[in-house]
Design a protein around this ligand. Structure first.
Ligand code: FAD
Ligand code: SF4
Length: 329
């Protein structure tokens, strides 16, 4: 392909081993899922890989299975497929709600799970044309020396804005990763670090093979704040999983996206277990969220509004889930 994206070759490996071998042969190359993030960025001059490794022909990445012992979601499964799957909708509603809330229907038909989990971080000074960024002396994340959001520091605060990660985090997901050195499994949380420049912990040659979910998940839900009701990234996205036994919380997990450079599980919710979900607990939850989210001036919406909205979404989802018969045991 040529055009604004620059020239690159595309290969279509038949299996995971061939994909990682192709990467070894061209170390600066990039893995390609649906291309709805990567190709947009390349068109804006964000990156100049000589080779794209198109993973869409790899059958192993395309499996979607809900079994008695849990679920396995191939890295190449499309968001439309997950959002519409009746077994996943019944067992893992937060995941299906998050998948259905990504971009628009045409994107979801090609966008993949791995592409969503490995989405680049975003910032109003970064997701711009080459001309715009050049006119503003670029920035620390790509080609520049200064962060326009926090010019006194040397840290990039670009936000991770994928919708699926918080849902998978509250559902207890782990991931399988493959590279030239072999395969490994890890909790999804370990895929991320809080650094807008390098938010993924994968080695350059590693690719995501699948995400796995435990069986018997607690009831869950996902909601996001966005400027437009459709086709918009989360300015704050929240997933909650909750169970109560005899009116007292036995599971409470909250995860967030869109506010920090990584999606993360909220710390401190275990201290609320054993209590009924009353106004005091909801106030406590609100404080936990407001303390741990760090929205910066990376979007047009005010940071403090995003902080308050994230806390409100967490309270709202927790109260809504606690009121459902499925949450009680
Ligand atoms: C207008 C618009 C609106 C959008 N709105 C949203 C939104 O609301 N919410 C949201 O979450 N996203 C949104 N997106 C971003 C994007 O569409 C989705 O995140 C999508 O899920 C990305 O998946 P993909 O397969 O297209 O990724 P790609 O673009 O193919 O890849 C994205 C990144 O993941 C890497 N990658 C792909 N597959 C693998 C793998 N198997 N292993 C390791 N790395 C891999 C790529 O190298 C690249 O760095 C939007 C995009 C556009 C253009
Ligand atoms: S947070 Fe700073 S360094 Fe990171 S993309 Fe934005 S302006 Fe660039």
């Amino acid at each position: 392909m040529t055009a604004a994206a620059g020239a690159f070759r595309v290969v279509e490996p038949a299996d995971v081993a061939a994909a990682t071998a192709a990467h070894a042969g061209e170390p600066g190359s990039r893995y390609l899922g649906g291309g709805t993030d990567l190709l947009v960025n390349l068109r804006r001059g964000l990156g100049t890989p000589a080779l794209l490794i198109d993973l869409r022909g790899i059958a192993e990445l395309d499996g979607l299975a809900c079994m008695a012992g849990g679920a396995r979601i191939g890295a190449g499964v499309t968001l439309a497929r997950i959002a519409a799957d009746p077994e996943f909708r019944a067992r893992y509603p937060a995941l299906c709600e998050a998948a259905a809330a990504v971009a628009g229907p045409a994107h979801r038909n090609v966008a993949t799970v791995a592409g969503n989990l490995c989405l680049d971080t975003r910032c109003i000074y970064y997701n711009q044309s080459e001309w715009w960024r050049g006119a503003n002396a670029y920035c620390l994340k790509y080609r520049g020396d200064v962060c326009h959001v926090a010019p006194q520091g040397r840290h990039c605060h670009a936000a991770f804005c994928g919708d699926l990660a918080p849902a998978l985090l509250v559902l207890g997901a782990s991931i399988e990763v493959a590279g030239r050195a072999g395969r490994r499994r890890m909790p999804l949380a370990e895929l991320y670090r809080d650094d807008g420049l390098a938010h993924l912990t994968l080695a350059a040659d590693e690719l995501l093979v699948a995400a796995e979910l435990p069986a018997d998940p607690p009831p869950s839900a996902y909601a996001k704040l966005r400027v437009r009701g459709s086709v918009d990234f989360p300015l704050a996205g929240v997933a909650v999983a909750l169970r109560a036994e005899e009116g007292r919380l036995s599971i409470l997990r909250v995860a967030l996206t869109g506010t920090n450079s990584r999606p993360f599980l909220l710390d401190g919710t275990d201290n609320l277990l054993g209590r009924p979900l009353d106004a005091t607990v909801l106030r406590h939850l609100d404080r936990l969220v407001q303390k741990q989210v760090h929205p910066m001036r990376t979007t047009l919406l005010q940071s403090n509004y995003r902080r308050v909205a994230a806390a409100a979404l967490a309270r709202h989802l927790a109260a809504r889930l606690a009121a459902t018969p499925e949450a009680a045991r």
